[in-house]
Design a protein around this ligand. Structure first.
Ligand code: SAH
Length: 395
């Protein structure tokens, strides 16, 4: 097995069990490790630091499997890690109101680069690292053995794989291919999901608890759902008694699915308005037409995947939050989110506060929101806390 020696004084983050070793921290490589192979990582002085998966093309040159010298990285090791992730979900989601959840959340479940989402009887797997790619067949076999799904579908069709030197790929891996539209439930609300072509692995599962919270704020009134995707927040709004919901998304396919989700829940389509438009222009149009709303949701895509893009992203977040504050009725409530890794909670709050100031409104934060418990955050991997939400009430 190849051995990676770390530069002097660069072992600190490893001793704190951070799962990534960057290329710049490496002194030398002894041997010729191939893509995804297990390597031993040692300090400059030769002391054992950990076992990891080698990725020769990536800035993240090694992702750690373990910091324990007696571990063997093999099928049994992976089995224990998968079982630990599954039993955590059983503990967290022990009711029948929901049958879609994230089963494995990559680094945060000590399986760096592996995402597994469970939708009713199907699993969707996304492989984001060379190490998981190396163990792909074993992992699929273990998922089958531990969970007995009807089918496992791969959605490794994301561009970040390039950073690991991996091609994009998707397709059925085991059992039945999921139907074009699968019906699933979240907090007793029903949704059609398209596991094959839908965004992410089919649904934004991480917002489950926030949607529940959101519905408790609905007291009749009008709702504006920006970046609506398949209208999950709109379904909750109507179910909780909203008078009208305007849903905006640039994707026509998303809004087509969205309309079917309203019908699936036997909710009134005549209370729905749809806009397939860029939110940045749509909000200006609503302002110019003097529209106003009791509750607004802003749930945009990742504007800043990394901190290098934070400044540009900050301007975009400020723009939509400022417009949203202007469109709120007196006493109205804004649910505003950022899932950008490059924008931390403190900066996000500052952006929203600047937006309120420039919009000329007084607002208070009445709740801080984050991702659901099936997207845990490892204490040694704070980057795992990516979803930030604020509930702001105009006072
Ligand atoms: N709120 C959704 C998830 C939103 S994901 C839910 O609860 O499921 C972000 C959505 O924004 C995607 O559906 C994407 O199609 C849409 N989108 C991205 N950029 C956009 C833009 N500039 N204007 C409008 N929609 C956009």
């Amino acid at each position: 097995m190849a051995i990676i020696f770390v530069k002097q004084k660069r072992e600190r983050s490893i001793q704190h069990k951070h799962p990534w070793l960057f290329s710049g921290a490496i002194e030398r490589v002894e041997g010729d490790p191939q893509l995804g192979e297990t390597v031993e990582v040692r300090s400059f002085n030769g002391d054992f630091l950990g076992w990891g998966a080698y990725s020769p093309n990536s800035q993240i040159r090694v992702r750690f499997w373990s910091f324990n010298q007696t571990d063997n990285i093999n099928r049994d090791f992976l089995k224990k890690r998968i079982e630990a992730a599954v039993s955590l979900r059983r503990l967290l989601l022990a009711d029948d109101s929901t049958n879609m959840y994230r089963l494995i959340h990559a680094e945060s479940d000590d399986l760096p680069g592996l995402i597994v989402d469970s939708y009713a009887d199907f699993l969707v797997i996304q492989i984001l690292s060379a190490g998981i790619e190396y163990w792909r067949d074993t992992i699929i076999d273990l998922l089958h053995e531990i969970l007995h799904p009807e089918g496992i579908y791969e959605r490794s069709d994301v561009s970040v794989r390039q950073l690991e030197g991996l091609e994009q790929r998707s397709g059925s891996l085991f059992g039945l291919q999921p139907p074009d539209r699968l019906s699933v439930s979240e907090n007793h609300h029903l949704f059609w999901v398209d596991l094959i072509n839908g965004q992410k692995t089919g649904f934004y599962i991480d917002q489950r608890d926030n949607r529940q919270k959101f519905s408790s704020f609905i007291n009749g009134g009008s709702v504006l759902n920006c970046f609506a995707y398949s209208a999950a927040f709109s379904v909750y709004a109507l179910n909780a008694g909203a008078e009208s919901v305007l849903s905006i998304d640039s994707s026509v396919e998303a809004l087509n699915l969205a309309k079917e989700n309203i019908l699936l829940n036997q909710l009134p389509l005549d209370k729905c308005e749809w806009l397939s438009e860029n939110v940045f222009t749509a909000l200006r149009g609503l302002r110019d037409r003097a529209r106003s709303f009791d509750t607004i949701i802003l749930d945009p895509p990742k504007f800043a995947p990394t901190s290098a893009l934070a400044q540009k992203a900050a301007r975009a977040y400020k723009d939509i939050n400022l417009l949203a504050f202007k469109l709120l009725k007196p006493g109205g409530v804004l649910f505003t989110f950022s899932c950008s890794g490059g924008i931390d909670a403190k900066l996000f709050q500052k952006i929203v506060s600047d937006a309120a100031l420039d919009a000329g409104v007084n607002a208070k934060i009445i709740s801080f929101l984050t991702q659901g418990p099936d997207h845990p955050v490892s204490l040694n991997f704070p980057e795992g806390a990516y979803l930030k939400g604020l509930v702001c009430k105009i006072t």
